[in-house]
Ligand binder design. Structure first.
Ligand code: HAM
Length: 415
């Protein structure tokens, strides 16, 4: 037998309703927040992620699914959604659309990571990227939307927020950080030794105990924010408070992707219902479009892991709404199936969810099967019913029986 590749997961028929609910919630947000869907390819030129996500990140260094195609091009399965959307925005001149342009996507992402519960080699992200807005109001609104997404499932995870500052304040901060870390390099892990050269901010994110201890006393970005960054950040916090967004300021938060400027955030699992504690994350990236060859363009976005959300809900014992309702199972007690097909078709044509017997099971076995597949009703079509024009419907939930004419059936099932 050939098994599923490590770090991947089948969505089985018994749980696909959860994915339908995620899609329904996303469509509802699309409607309420005026989002537009964008679909980009599953693979891109490797260079896009090297330049977009960043050379010093774990994603680019260790986790990409990269291969050379038959045309000798280096191709990578997308490890995240943002870089492809930014590429498409530039390539298709979407800057000519009325701005702000609020996009969304649901996409598989591929990262060669060490699999664990909630950490997969293929995972799915619901992401949203808002082009052409650069205000604390936009920052607040996108966080309100992400919170709305989680609230639709009955949860309200904390969102940690931090501010990496604009280019000016960040430059000053990185210099100070380097000065602080310099005497400690020998005590830090080899990865942080490299980060010191490539991206010292990422040292703050290190999970190794020695580095964590050094990080405790590291200078905080918020002490280096310029007046403008400071007042925007304060405004954002006020707006989030007014909108009841469950946020917490975390000055040590940094993210594992290089493109962020200013605001960054992460939705976390505070009650540790998930091995991996980030449910979703994002931030502002005002330089990426220009770095990829476009005009300067402020953008803010997020990515939410769907598999992690579903594990989190399950571990918290929260049920996901189901769209699986079979109104009626049409059982037959007659030899000729033609009238059974006709009645089933009439029901379906009128929007009733109906299943008919396709086997040679006895009537009793058909009732058993209908119960197993959770049909709400069974409609029996037999010679007697056809002759009298009266059909018996048994409601399996309430063990109630009703007799109706053919013309009354649709109305009855549609309630
Ligand atoms: P990210 O934090 O790398 O950000 O991923 C976003 C979310 O995807 C994570 O919080 C997590 O829920 C989920 N995720 C990531 N890796 C895995 C994995 N291996 N297995 C399961 N779930 C995973 C981004 O990808 C950015 N593109 C987000 C963004 C959009 N920033 C701005 N716009």
């Amino acid at each position: 037998m050939i098994n599923i590749p490590k770090g991947t997961k089948d969505v089985l028929p018994s749980e696909s309703y959860k994915w339908h609910e995620v899609e329904r919630v996303v469509r509802d947000l699309k409607h309420r927040y005026n989002l537009h869907e964008i679909k980009t390819p599953m693979f891109e030129h490797t260079e896009l992620f090297i330049r977009g996500v960043g050379k010093s990140t774990d994603i680019v260094n260790k986790e990409m699914y990269t291969f050379v195609d038959k045309g000798n091009r280096s191709i990578t399965l997308k490890p995240e959604g943002t870089a492809g959307v930014a590429r498409s925005f530039i390539e298709n001149s979407l800057y000519n659309e009325p701005l702000p342009l609020k996009l969304y996507y649901i996409t598989p992402c591929f990262r060669y990571e060490r699999p664990q519960a909630g950490r997969l080699r293929q995972h799915t992200q619901f992401g949203s990227e808002w082009f052409g807005v650069d205000s604390p109001e936009a920052d607040a609104e996108i966080l309100m939307m992400a919170s709305d997404f989680y609230r639709s499932f009955g949860i309200n995870p904390t969102v940690l927020i931090n501010n990496l500052g604009c280019a000016e304040c960040r430059k000053k901060y990185v210099e100070t950080l380097k000065e602080y870390f310099k005497p400690h390099i020998g005590d830090m892990c080899p990865d942080c030794g490299k980060r010191f050269e490539t991206n010292p901010l990422r040292i703050l994110d290190c999970k190794v105990d020695e580095c964590k201890a050094i990080n405790k006393n590291a200078p905080k970005i918020t002490d280096y924010l310029c007046d403008d960054c400071n007042s925007r950040f304060n405004k954002l916090k006020k707006l989030l408070k007014n909108a009841n967004v469950n946020y917490k300021f975390e000055p040590m938060l940094v993210r594992g992707l290089d493109y962020y400027t200013n605001l960054i955030f992460e939705f976390i699992d505070e009650d540790k219902k998930l091995g991996q504690n980030a449910l979703g994350g994002g931030g502002r990236y005002n330089n990426l479009v220009e770095e990829l060859g476009g005009k300067p363009m402020p953008v803010i976005g997020f990515g939410i892991g769907i598999e992690r959300l579903l594990i989190y809900l399950e571990n918290k014992g929260i049920e996901v709404n189901s769209d699986e309702h079979l109104n009626v199972y049409v059982a037959n007690a007659c030899e000729d199936l033609t009238p059974v097909i006709e009645i089933t078709k009439m029901l379906r044509d009128n929007g009733v969810s109906a299943e008919m017997n396709l086997t040679d099971r006895s009537l009793k076995a058909q009732f058993k099967y209908a119960d197993k597949i959770k049909a709400e009703n069974v409609l029996v079509v037999g010679d007697d019913e056809l002759k009298s024009g009266k059909f018996t419907i048994k409601n399996l939930k309430e063990s109630k029986q009703t007799t109706l004419t053919k013309n009354e059936l649709v109305k009855y099932f549609k309630g």
